[in-house]
Ligand binder design. Structure first.
Ligand code: HEM
Ligand code: HEM
Length: 183
């Protein structure tokens, strides 16, 4: 039966939903904090939140990638056509790539711009990058471009997931939900 198909293992589900919640907080924080005319106190608080949660995510994302490279996902139900498997594979690879590009370009943008990252400064970690306006500008452009791609891809990703959950009901949704297998 479809609902007896094997799903993702517990660590894969916990990585997926933990990082999903964080990314769904990072995106609106990033979009709001860069708006002109925003209250200065709120803007500062959002910048601190965004930069520090962002650098905390880097080791978690690297751990997820390392886990993913050692654990292949379970096979999709046979009802999923070949072209959809290909698109799912490509879009998941693109999501992983963007999960790396986003925090790294953010880090370079901030450090090359000569700005603080409070958590790293508190821990006594050096800036690692010399101040450079051209590098900061390129990283800023990359960060904003990758953010737009990520938002578009996530819209497709969530639409596809909900389509499987609500209309196809083919077991794809329960491969990833709940965050832990119920047993
Ligand atoms: C917001 C950040 C999110 C990111 C970065 C993300 C990323 C990913 C990635 C990379 C995979 C592939 C896992 C693998 O094979 O290694 C995946 C699978 C999945 N995601 Fe997300 N996701 C996010 C949010 C969501 C949301 C909000 C939903 C549901 C509404 C969702 C539903 C699913 C489902 C059902 C799968 C399993 C697909 C399958 O069985 O092949 N994701 N996600
Ligand atoms: C998964 C991680 C991240 C996501 C999803 C993310 C997302 C975003 C988004 C959507 C924006 C608004 C883009 C725009 O409209 O210009 C933004 C801006 C920004 N982000 Fe991130 N970000 C992440 C990680 C980081 C990290 C780790 C840092 C720094 C340590 C950072 C620093 C910044 C800065 C400084 C801006 C404002 C850029 C500017 O206009 O100067 N981000 N981010």
């Amino acid at each position: 039966m479809l609902d007896q198909q094997p799903g993702y293992r517990t660590p894969a589900r916990m990585f997926h939903w933990g990082i999903a919640v964080a990314v769904l907080l990072m995106i609106p924080a990033g979009l709001v904090m860069t708006r002109e005319g925003l209250d200065r106190g709120l803007q500062d608080a959002l910048f601190v939140f965004h930069k520090n949660l962002g650098v905390l995510l880097i080791p978690v994302i690297l751990a997820r990638l390392a886990y993913r490279l050692r654990h292949r996902p379970p096979p999709l139900p046979e009802t999923v056509p070949a072209w959809q498997r290909r698109i799912a594979g490509l879009s998941h690879a693109a999501l992983y790539l963007l999960l790396i590009v986003m925090p790294l370009s953010g880090f370079v943008r901030v450090r090359a711009g000569g700005f603080p990252i409070e958590l790293l400064d508190f821990l006594g970690v050096g800036p690692w990058l010399a101040k450079s306006e051209p590098l900061a500008d390129s990283a800023k452009l990359l960060h904003a471009t990758a953010a737009a791609l990520l938002i578009a891809l996530l819209a497709l990703h969530v639409a596809a997931a909900l389509h499987h959950a609500l209309f196809l009901r083919d077991g794809v949704w329960s491969r990833m939900w709940p965050p832990r297998p119920s047993g």
